[in-house]
Ligand binder design. Structure first.
Ligand SMILES: CC(=O)N[C@@H]([C@@H](O)[C@H](O)[C@H](O)CO)[C@@H](O)CC(=O)C(=O)O
Length: 311
């Protein structure tokens, strides 16, 4: 693929869908679904930006080659339809992450994001920043977002500490995707951010709390299928209609709590999205296992009872 001009540095705001990776029943990447997937997000859910190859997309379970192919296809098919395509390039191998970052720059993504390596774990903010810096340097003109997900990585360094002086290490730094319950840490990321940086919240069940603290947007798995309701929540919040905003937030909380009690993971979430959108997303990849039919039925039923307009 030919080298494209550096991505325009536009602020990333609003809802960003953390995309699922469509697989065939044989477990291979299924690119034929990406076009209809983009139409579903933009036309049915009103969600215009995507976060590809992240947790929801099982990025860490995909090969480097598969991740490149997916990133290219989302960029190609999203042209003129999506506002921004952010590609997660984090890996446990620094070299692989740099290769993905360089590739992302070549195909003209709007941003890259990197999670902390989680086998050999950075022991402090300085070590983590050094890793992020080395990856970012492989794509110096591409907006960079630190992906904070301590519950999965086991790297328990506050995001605020990672952000300390980050612009001197990573001139392309533009924001943090903060997935965690620690609202104090997230608030401090908001308060230390420059006006051209963003904080994107990754706990869909607490988006309203994030908005109160000043986040600029949100990256999440559920925006794939509740995007239009959560867009209504954002509008209600902006209009100071907290009663309406809470009403929508409470529905999503109820759905996620219900799902969690039954055993919610990316495989289950992927199946729910497939049921609601009609897209053939296929099974998850091992070690995740396919969602049982009865669980999918229960969740779909619960979804329709909470969001009846979708039926
Ligand atoms: C740990 C996890 O998967 N968190 C989700 C949330 O959207 C999450 O599914 C939701 O808040 C329900 O708990 C996102 O933050 C993940 C995400 O953005 C990604 O796929 O990279």
């Amino acid at each position: 693929m030919s080298i494209m001009a550096p991505a325009a540095h536009r602020k990333l705001t609003g809802l960003v869908a953390a995309t699922f990776t469509p697989l065939t029943n044989q477990g291979e990447i299924n690119l034929s679904v990406i076009g209809p997937y983009i139409d579903y997000l933009t036309e049915t859910q009103g969600v215009k930006s995507v976060f590809v190859n992240g947790t929801t997309g099982e990025g860490m379970s995909l090969s480097v080659e598969e991740r490149k192919v997916l990133a290219e296809d989302w960029c190609l098919k999203g042209k003129g339809k999506l506002d921004q395509v952010i590609v997660h390039v984090g890996c446990t191998s620094l070299k692989d992450a740099q290769e993905l970052a360089r590739h992302a720059a070549q195909i003209g993504v709007d941003g890259i994001s990197v999670i902390a390596p989680s086998f050999f774990k950075p022991q402090n903010a300085a070590e983590l920043r050094s890793f992020l810096q080395e990856v970012a340097a492989a794509a110096p003109n591409v907006p960079f977002y630190y992906y904070h997900l301590p519950a999965f990585t086991g790297v328990n360094v506050t995001a605020r500490d990672v952000l300390e002086g980050i612009e001197t290490f990573i001139p392309s730094y533009r924001g943090v995707k903060f997935t965690g319950f620690d609202l104090t840490d997230m608030g401090q990321c908001v308060s230390c951010s420059r006006p051209d940086w963003v904080v994107l919240y990754g706990m869909d069940e607490q988006l309203l709390a994030g908005l109160v603290l000043g986040v600029d947007g949100a990256v999440g798995s559920t925006y794939n299928y509740v995007g239009r309701h959560m867009n209504e929540l954002i509008t209600a919040f902006e209009n100071n209609n907290l009663i309406q905003a809470r009403k929508i937030q409470f529905k999503l909380q109820e759905l996620i709590t219900f799902a969690t009690k039954l055993g919610f993971n990316v495989g289950v979430n992927k199946r729910l999205m497939a049921e609601l959108s009609g897209l053939h997303l296929g099974p998850p990849r091992l070690p995740l296992t396919p969602c049982a039919a009865v669980l999918a039925e229960n969740l779909t039923e619960k979804f329709h009872s909470l969001f009846p307009s979708e039926q």
